[in-house]
Design a protein around this ligand. Structure first.
Ligand code: ARG
Length: 576
């Protein structure tokens, strides 16, 4: 599958070069872009190049556009070019091209193979996500990194990259001093062993309550963390067990969400390497002595230096992250490492990336913090009492319950087992889609009534549109998709155009690292399909040609939706 806007761009570049050979390459490349106009009466694609070149060429946009259109290479995909004030060249695609593209889409082959672009495919892309802290239940807010990261990893894979998925589990750090203190001090052995994860959470909360009354506990926790770092065997054994139990708990949630990692490597994995990084930094003069024997890295332009070793000799979150960059670049030589972590950690990643650069660990690896906003609940639903985090699992249960009610009201004559399975699939899909349909740079609004609804931009709406199309195909006896589809009705043409342009969303989504771009396009595609469904009968089409054309559109629609849903990590339902 190829991205048409990119190909049109190449044609425009050739035309501009032919019309104005005196124009420098830089100016040319900067000026030529191809966009999809919001209003389809402005053509299928448009370029604002004539406007952008006015100054450099000293000519009016109209004159530039005329000259470019006159030498635009002949291409069967382009039906016509038109100048539109103040300075656009609108492109209308040919019906031959629509026919041909829908014909290839019908087989699903082109789209299932993904999109190939000119990007570097020789070196892997690492996507790090979820990365919650062990010994705590996953709370609702952990859904964003887990779901967003998974979708971004899927997206890069679809674009032809080798992707390495890593969960950087928070299994080391001062909070382990606190947990171990709490278990030793207040834990009931039988209780802790019977319900380890519930007890870890309870004891951790208790630690904070007690420490508020008695700040000396913080010191006790620090001492215990120091004992861990210096290899106290008894404490290490306890720590190991806590991490193991946490992982068992996490795996259940990952399974329910359909999320898998290539590696779950906790921070503890980098501990030894952290010492090497400290020595390396000292040798390279990047780390210097700070107050009270601490070790710091001054960063040019930054207000504060980065702390890499505490005065008591223990490592920090940042130290372990520096070791992580070094390990990953040495092991995989990735072109990119994406850290899907909430925006509260922006400063941490600025420091991490700046110091990694000073140490020479990221020479030709792009390090990016893929940040996101908070989760807000409409009408206070699912809001929590202080200190009492709502568990992700409870939220998914609630989603499945609500989705079950929706399914039961809609799919009345379905067998019980199918309804149960549907409730779980729909519930999880709805929660995922709630995250993936919103711009990650803004806070994410979570509203049950919108999320689990058959109307609007929701998972049930998309899945219902898909199931509707799938049902048509199942009813169509034997499909004969010989010959080319012939688009004549406006409803057919509109859907064909949407289908042809849909893959553009994948490229925009990958460039911005924003899966919601796909969701928006998917929603629009489903709306177009439902209009088509209402206006153009498929199985009862007037002629065999119309039947053939419309079945082809339905089939192409199914393939595109299925691929887009797969990237979002949502399985399609064949009937609803
Ligand atoms: N465990 C951290 C937390 O829960 C997030 C880790 C993010 N990844 C990283 N490489 N620092 O806050």
């Amino acid at each position: 599958m190829k991205i048409l806007s990119g190909e049109l761009k190449t044609l425009f570049e050739a035309a501009v070069h032919a019309a104005f050979p005196e124009l420098g390459m830089d100016d040319l490349m900067k000026a030529v872009t191809v966009e999809e106009p919001r209003d389809s009466s402005h053509g299928d694609y448009a370029s604002g190049l004539a406007m952008r070149l006015t100054k450099v060429l000293g000519k009016s946009p109209a004159a530039i556009a005329e000259a470019v259109m006159a030498v635009f290479p002949k291409d069967y995909r382009v039906e016509k070019l038109e100048f539109a004030a103040p300075g656009f060249i609108n492109v209308t695609l040919s019906s031959a091209f629509l026919q041909e593209t829908v014909k290839t889409l019908e087989s699903g082959f082109s789209i299932e193979r993904g999109i190939k672009t000119g990007a570097d495919h020789t070196r892997p892309v690492i996507v790090e996500y979820s990365s919650t802290n062990a010994a705590k239940h996953m709370g609702v807010h952990h859904i964003i990194t887990t779901i967003l990261g998974d979708a971004i990893a899927n997206l890069f894979e679809f674009m032809g990259h080798e992707v390495i998925r890593i969960n950087h589990l928070g299994d080391w750090g001062t909070h382990f001093g606190k947990i171990i203190y709490a278990i030793e001090q207040w834990g009931d052995k039988a209780e802790v062993e019977a319900h380890p994860n519930d007890e870890f959470t309870r004891l951790y909360v208790k630690f904070h309550e007690e420490a508020e009354k008695n700040p000396a506990l913080e010191d006790e926790a620090r001492k215990l963390f120091k004992a861990l770092e210096t290899g106290d065997p008894e404490r290490l054994a306890l720590w190991k067990w806590v991490v193991h139990e946490s992982l068992m708990d996490l795996e259940k949630i990952f399974k329910r969400l359909g999320v898998e990692f290539d590696y779950i490597t906790g921070e503890s994995f980098y501990l030894k390497m952290a010492d090497e990084v400290l020595a390396d930094g000292i040798a390279k003069g990047v780390f210097v002595e700070g107050e009270g024997g601490a070790l710091i890295a001054p960063i040019e332009g930054a207000e504060l230096p980065a702390l890499v070793r505490k005065a008591d000799g223990t490592t920090l979150y940042l130290t372990r992250d520096l070791a992580t960059v070094r390990y990953r670049t040495e092991t995989w030589h990735p072109q990119l490492i994406l850290y899907v972590v909430d925006h509260a950690q922006s400063l941490h990643f600025q420091q991490n990336f700046a110091v990694a650069k000073l140490l020479g660990y990221s020479e030709d690896t792009g390090l990016e913090h893929i940040s996101f906003g908070r989760m807000n609940f409409a009408g206070g639903a699912m809001s929590s009492r202080k200190g009492n985090v709502i568990r992700l699992n409870d939220m998914l249960n609630e989603a499945a319950k609500r989705a079950g009610e929706l399914a039961a009201s809609k799919s009345v004559d379905f067998p019980r087992e199918e309804l149960y399975a549907m409730a779980e699939t729909l519930g999880v899909a709805s929660v995922k889609y709630a995250v993936l349909s919103q711009d990650r740079n803004k806070d994410i609004l979570f509203d049950w009534d919108k999320i689990i609804s058959l109307e609007g931009n929701s998972a049930p709406y998309l899945l219902y549109s898909y199931a509707r199309a799938a049902t048509i195909l199942h009813k169509a006896e034997k499909m004969d998709l010989g010959g080319l589809p012939q688009f004549t009705d406006p409803a057919e043409i509109a859907l064909a155009q949407k289908l042809v342009k849909f893959p553009e969303a994948f490229e925009r989504a990958v460039t911005d690292r924003k899966p919601h771009v796909i969701s928006t396009a998917l929603y629009e595609l489903c709306q177009e399909f439902n209009r088509f469904y209402g206006n153009a009968p498929v199985l009862k089409a007037e002629t065999p040609e119309k039947l053939r054309t419309r079945l082809g559109l339905v089939q192409s629609f199914l393939f595109e939706v299925k691929v887009a849903l797969a990237i979002l990590g949502i399985p399609a339902l064949e009937r609803m």
